[in-house]
Design a protein around this ligand. Structure first.
Ligand code: R5P
Length: 372
């Protein structure tokens, strides 16, 4: 939605009165939250652009000629690497949705740098008059640091990130399957939508529904609730692994609790793969000790750092790993996309529908309906 020169001049000269303002409002077809604006920081552009394209296609399919104001790549860096955000269009009264990929392995910036750019952008929108600011962080970094651990004197960093988001001026947050739902409470009264991946994995693994030879396995207690929901919805058995980390990057699966009689296929569901130590240990144990013949993995976020890719490839070659289903909550590297057993699902359509719901004050859970 770009203003032409003539419209710009007309707007500059315009003086608002109660009458012409009321007339203008009655002719507008905006949501009560204001006109829609999608803004993206550079790291989040890959997804924001896909969402804008989906949204526009949905509008066109419904016969609408509406256009979305899309501000892309609103951040830059000074030569000392300090982040700077500039908005090329006014944002007064807009319903703004701000995209950022906190972890982007295809760009040279760290999670911390990406987080700070996001906070600065939220502040820019706030200071320059956006009516609502909704942050879209598909991968909510730091959500794993939501509680004290066995390691010494760690802070609850997920709470600090929430405090910073509130201070920056965010009104609402949308994220995809963060490490745990309870951190919603860290955001106080802020409206937070954590989108549920259950439907997505049910569709992807629909061939396993009602199968007596299939079992879903949670790699740890944290993942057990989601795995149990999935098992119930799919009418298959659930098992829970007992996992501990003697050191931060080392994983031990001491036992797996569940009934493995006649089970041939295991589906491992987790929120994320980081170094792949968890799925590596679990997959090997399932193959060597539980007589499982094939393993399928579904994770919401694939960071695949350190030895991650190497471990997944070893599982594929030597331990009957058949497929790894991930999403583009984190942009996947070309190397990962090329692996024959990795399938990357795009969140673009789900997010375009979510934005549409939020923009028109409708229920988001209708898009992410969870079977009971
Ligand atoms: C831990 O609680 C998480 O749910 C994941 O299981 C963990 O972050 C995966 O990390 P990694 O792939 O490095 O084992």
């Amino acid at each position: 939605m770009k203003a032409g020169k003539q419209t710009e001049t007309t707007n500059q000269k315009r003086f608002f009165t109660p009458e012409n303002y009321a007339k203008e409002q009655s002719q507008r077809m905006h949501s009560t939250r204001g006109p829609l604006l999608i803004a993206s920081l550079s790291a989040g552009e890959y997804l924001a652009e896909a969402v804008v394209n989906k949204y526009t296609r949905h509008l066109k399919a419904q016969g609408s000629e509406d256009n979305i104001l899309y501000l892309e790549g609103i951040d830059r860096r000074f030569s000392d690497c300090e982040a700077c955000v500039r908005l090329k269009h006014h944002v007064n009264g807009y319903d703004a949705f701000l995209f950022q990929a906190l972890f982007n392995p295809n760009l040279p910036f760290s999670i911390d740098e990406n987080y700070l750019s996001f906070l600065i952008a939220a502040r820019a929108l706030r200071e320059h008059g956006a009516k609502h600011i909704t942050g879209i962080l598909p991968y909510l970094a730091y959500s794993r640091q939501d509680k004290p651990t066995a390691f010494k004197r760690e802070p609850i960093t997920a709470k600090l990130m929430a405090d910073l988001s509130i201070t920056a001026g965010l009104d609402q947050l949308i994220s995809w399957a963060p490490h745990c739902g309870q951190i919603r409470g860290f955001y106080g009264s802020m409206h937070v939508d954590f989108l549920d991946p259950l439907i997505l994995f049910m569709e992807e693994f629909s061939d396993f529904k009602n199968r007596e030879d299939v079992i879903v396995v949670a790699p740890d207690v944290g993942a057990s609730k989601f795995a149990t929901h999935f098992g119930r919805a799919m009418n298959i058995n659930t098992a829970i692994a007992s996992k501990y980390r003697p050191q931060p990057e080392k994983v031990v699966i001491s036992e797996i609790i569940g009934d493995f009689s006649n089970k041939k296929i295991a589906v491992i569901l987790d929120d994320m793969i980081s170094n792949a130590g968890t799925v590596y240990a679990l997959c090997k144990k399932l193959i060597t000790e539980q007589n499982i013949k094939e393993v399928h993995i579904g994770v919401s976020h694939n960071l695949c750092v350190g030895k991650g890719s190497e471990r997944l490839q070893d599982l594929y070659k030597n331990f009957a790993l058949k497929q790894v289903i991930v999403t583009d909550s984190i942009p996947q590297t070309a190397g990962l996309r090329e692996l024959p057993f990795v399938k990357v699902l795009s969140l673009a359509d789900s997010l375009s529908r979510t934005i549409n719901r939020v923009h028109y004050n409708k229920s988001v859970s209708e898009v992410f309906y969870t079977p009971q």
